[in-house]
Design a protein around this ligand. Structure first.
Ligand SMILES: *Cc1c(COP(=O)(O)O)cnc(C)c1O
Length: 440
């Protein structure tokens, strides 16, 4: 793949940041969100934690109220009445999801939670045999993904020590080289049952080459799934074209649907009509025409909807609908990604200019290899990392600090500004001053 870095001309000043905001075509989207106030006072927080929990769109309350009032007025008839009847409610999210991940509408659905979906997908797509029983994941996978994989392996009677292939970056490197991932797949080819990798790595912010990984995985004859927790709503994707067997994501990070909201799931269309695939079934995955006949002959819907289990929590789906409508109002994921590249590049520029050797950015710089998030290690000059972080927080920044000295910050194109980036870097710089420096 050709790696490219979009070059921008930046200056390090507040005025310049404000000019970037003034010329930002989606600057008004910030008004569509509730921005937390620092110490509950007048001033907005610098909220750089949208990679962990996205902020609340203003539409959310309206959409939730609508469903609450439908329930008040209609009771059970809410399933069939109003503008958004509950029976087909998940279908109102289909097009928004399809646009976000580059899928056909039949390939995406809102259901369950992220880790639950990883399990349900592995029921169908991790089918170990005597020789082909291994799962390739990364050594530093998000804990829930690691546990899910480990427990699936044990469930099938294999030993995780043997069956989990954990890939790491090269010694002395922090991020992966695609060529190394592909080589590992090749090397373990006929033992691999499944590859489960992130679209965007949660710790370093690195974007994986999903297309190349999928092609190589299929070439050696294994299944390929992606965890898109940090990718959905962050980067553009072409899942239908790239062809992974499945993908799962949560909707509370870059998709702003509220803590613990219902998750998203993708199953490639090539699997939809295969009724012999093992799956853990529930009535919501049954043919809609005959679902209420209740004759106990399971007839799965021939789309990703065939993997649904239960009638979904409508209040959570209403929040997702609000989020997707907000993304749509901004012009869609391509528009967000365009601003995101510029926003993150500006943050990177300021960090280098203002902090020089005191920070090291783990996140790759190539456009294709990063999303909104930058992960930094900070030289605290002997100050306790936690003390520095407290100073930053007290100055009105919400970010994510991992002991001893890693900060993850994500300027989110929907609601963060270039001025946020500027102010954050100033605050970080001041927080790193030792008391002597501050006094002089
Ligand atoms: C956020 C995140 C999760 C969280 O899982 P839940 O089931 O939603 O609690 C899992 N995996 C990854 C990679 C994540 O980033």
């Amino acid at each position: 793949m050709n790696q490219s870095i979009t070059q921008f001309e930046f200056e390090k000043s507040l005025e310049f940041a404000q000019r970037l905001d003034a010329s930002d075509p989606i600057r008004n989207m910030r008004d569509e969100f509730h921005i937390p106030k620092h110490n509950n006072e007048e001033k907005d927080e610098i909220y750089f934690c949208g990679n962990s929990l996205g902020l609340q769109p203003k539409l959310t309350q309206e959409y939730l109220h609508y469903e609450l009032s439908q329930w008040q007025k209609l009771g059970v008839k809410g399933h069939f009445s109003g503008d958004f009847p509950w029976m087909p409610y998940h279908e109102f999210l289909t097009h928004g999801f399809a646009d976000l991940v580059g899928a056909k509408p039949s390939e995406v659905v809102a259901m369950n939670s992220l880790t639950a979906n990883l399990h349900f997908m592995m029921v169908s797509f991790y089918r170990p045999t005597g020789k082909r029983f291994k799962i390739l994941i990364e050594d530093h996978a998000f804990p829930s993904d690691h546990y899910a994989v480990e427990s699936q392996i044990k469930f099938h009677g294999f030993d995780p020590k043997e069956a989990m292939i954990l890939i790491k970056p090269r010694d002395g490197e922090e991020t992966f080289r695609t060529e190394d991932i592909l080589q590992t797949i090749e090397q373990h080819g006929d033992e691999l049952a499944l590859i489960l990798l992130p679209g965007v790595q949660y710790y370093t912010g690195q974007v994986f080459d999903m297309q190349a990984i999928t092609e190589k995985g299929h070439e050696v004859g294994c299944k390929v799934g992606f965890d898109l927790a940090h990718a959905a709503g962050n980067i553009t994707m072409e899942l239908n074209k790239w062809g992974p067997d499945f993908a799962c994501w949560c909707n509370y990070k870059y998709l702003n649907s509220g803590a613990g909201s219902v998750a998203g799931c993708f199953v490639h269309e090539r699997h939809h009509s295969n009724k012999n695939l093992p799956r853990f079934a529930g009535w919501w995955g049954h043919n809609k025409e005959t679902r209420f006949k209740m004759d106990n002959q399971f007839d799965p819907i021939d789309s990703v909807e065939g993997w649904q289990l239960s009638n979904p929590p409508i209040l959570s789906l209403a929040a997702i609908r609000a989020s997707l409508d907000t993304v749509k109002k901004a012009g869609g994921i391509k528009v967000l990604r365009e601003k995101s590249l510029k926003l993150t590049a500006f943050l990177r520029f300021l960090l280098k200019q203002e902090l020089g050797d005191d920070i090291h950015i783990l996140t790759p710089e190539e456009d294709e290899a990063h999303g909104a998030q930058l992960s930094l290690t900070v030289n605290t000059h002997g100050l306790d990392g936690k003390a520095v972080f407290n100073r930053i927080e007290n100055a009105g920044v919400t970010g994510d600090w991992r002991y001893p000295n890693v900060i993850r910050v994500a300027p989110v194109p929907l609601y963060n500004t270039f001025e946020d980036c500027y102010r954050f870097v100033q605050i970080l710089k001041e927080s790193l001053q030792t008391d002597e420096q501050t006094a002089s």
